[in-house]
Design a protein around this ligand. Structure first.
Ligand code: NAP
Length: 486
């Protein structure tokens, strides 16, 4: 089953922050993969800018080094690397001053490609400045696109301010707010599974679903981002965006059409249906020192920090479909493994005809795994094969993509898909401004509540499953988390 490549129009992609970590580690390798796949038309140009005093030759050398570092050897092809480097240009530019803008305008306004996209791989504090500069310097065309990275705001007020700054220069249909989780194959497959099959829809509701778990576990700590992270915490860094998007796609109603605004309207309705969360349904934690690292407060450089490196919440979606079904969300750093999963746990059969303890069944569950390997499995009960009595055993019906797709084919990275969607002008997998604001409108009072209560995060062991309180959050409802394992 070979993936079909839909060619895109020739484009000029201008990357602000091209010398930075995200550009070198993710954006440029993703574009290289797309070139290898044959999706990038030969006239297209990728124009890097940053303050670093380089020319195009030095930039190409930097990108060559990055491809060597971040692209596995098996996927590196010397001729393709050369073809890719030929598309790269660089202009030293200070977004806050005059330097570089005239040169950039000369490069893109003479001999322009049909599609123009600006990728803002810089701190969010520069988004507004760049948008105004693009407009003032005559670089914005009626159809050009602007791509912004997370974090999109720190709270509702700052998100509204960012939206206003962007809206001053760009229409909403030109703004692409990236949440790279939405570019993952499995996340999109969740929509295919739900809306292209009639099997699941009749049971996708409160009558048949017992509860839903969404876990994003990281094994790493704050890794040099301590300053930023300590001002944010797990709620702002992960729940308000990634886990929220996963919740929306799981809970939303079928859109009328698979089109950007139809999908985003349905996601927005889910966010607006979220109930406020009392402190009793929230567990916050901070990791202790472990064999391979210091404790959270040391990593964050703040000995008095009350910021959470872990959070678990019981969230209710207050609408007809989900009334009474808890969504348990959890995310944290320095946990046992790196793992992201959505688990839909179905209710038990109404009457147990196998009451003997040995014949106990497990609840059916649908596991949508995003990381580290992408897969969807449905866990069913069957009779344990063979003689020796009637015992039940659980087996997974496995839809892992490695088996379904050609063995030789690589799964596209989320950034590859999202970048090509920007060029195509497809906003389906990007967050709309009102969606981001609605998510902050839900998160802000929850954060304020624990700040007012001066809630102290519960310590947890590095390399474990999080604080005991998170286990208790489910135990008290007679449920348990699925184990965190790679
Ligand atoms: P970074 O490594 O600090 O890169 C920032 C870039 O901005 C550098 O290229 C820097 O280049 C440039 N820059 C700073 N001030 C500038 C100015 N006045 N004019 C022009 N260029 C300027 O940051 P990053 O990790 O790549 O992150 C970029 C954005 O992506 C941030 O919004 C971050 O939150 C987001 N993000 C990053 C990751 C990740 O994995 N890294 C993940 C998710 C989201 P010069 O110093 O050469 O000017």
């Amino acid at each position: 089953m070979a993936a079909k490549i839909i060619p895109v129009s020739p484009f000029d992609l201008i990357v602000f922050g091209a010398s930075g970590d995200l550009a070198q580690r993710k954006i440029l390798p993703a574009l290289y993969y797309r070139l290898v796949a044959g999706q990038i038309p030969p006239q297209s140009r990728i124009i890097g800018t940053a303050r670093s005093d380089w020319d195009s030759a030095a930039f190409r050398q930097k990108v060559r080094d990055s491809l060597e570092k971040y692209v596995p050897e098996s996927r590196r092809d010397a001729a393709a690397v050369e073809r890719f480097l030929e598309r790269l240009f660089y202009i030293p530019l200070d977004v806050k001053g005059d330097r570089g803008w005239a040169e950039l305008a000369d490069l893109v306004n003479t001999d322009p490609n049909p599609v123009r996209a600006f990728y803002l791989s810089v701190a969010p504090s520069l988004f507004g400045t760049i948008a105004s500069q693009l407009s003032a310097r005559g670089l914005r065309t009626p159809d050009s696109r602007i791509v912004v990275e997370k974090p999109f705001g720190h709270d509702l007020a700052s998100a509204q301010e960012l939206n206003a700054q962007l809206a001053h220069c760009f229409r909403e249909d030109q703004i692409y707010r990236i949440d790279h989780y939405l570019g993952k194959e499995t996340v999109q497959n969740l929509m295919a599974l739900r809306f292209a099959n009639s099997l699941l829809e009749p049971v996708w509701n409160a009558q048949h679903v017992d509860h839903i778990q969404i876990t994003v576990a990281e094994s790493i700590g704050v890794e040099g981002r301590g300053g930023y992270y300590d001002g944010a915490g797990a709620m702002r860094d992960m729940v308000q965006n990634h886990l929220m998007q996963m919740l929306c796609l799981t809970a939303m109603e079928p859109p009328a059409r698979f089109a950007a605004n139809d999908v985003r309207d349905e996601k927005l309705k889910v966010i607006r249906s979220l109930e406020d969360v009392p402190l009793s349904d929230i567990v916050r934690g901070q990791y202790r020192a472990g064999a391979d690292g210091a404790d959270y407060r040391t990593d964050a450089g703040n000995p008095d920090s009350l910021t959470e490196s872990f959070i678990a919440l019981k969230v209710k979606v207050s609408n007809w479909r989900w009334a009474g079904v808890p969504f348990y969300l959890r995310t944290g750093k320095r946990l046992r493994a790196r793992m992201s999963e959505i688990i839909v746990v179905f209710k038990d059969p109404p009457h147990a005809i196998f009451p003997h303890p040995e014949r106990r069944h497990n609840s059916n569950s649908l596991i949508i795994r995003l990381q580290p390997d992408e897969a969807i499995t449905m866990h069913m009960n069957i009779k344990e094969p063979g003689q020796g009595g009637f015992r039940l055993t659980e087996v997974p019906l496995d839809m892992s993509f490695a088996d379904t797709l050609d063995k030789g084919e690589e799964m596209a990275d989320a950034y590859e898909r999202l970048l090509m969607d920007v060029i195509r002008g497809d906003q389906t997998l990007f967050m709309r401004g009102d969606e981001v604001e609605a998510a902050w409108r839900w998160a802000d009072p929850i954060i304020a509540r624990w700040q007012e209560a001066e809630d102290i995060p519960e310590p947890y062991d590095a390399g474990g499953s999080g604080p005991d309180g998170a286990l208790a959050l489910l135990h008290r409802d007679n449920r348990r988390w699925r184990a965190i394992e790679a």
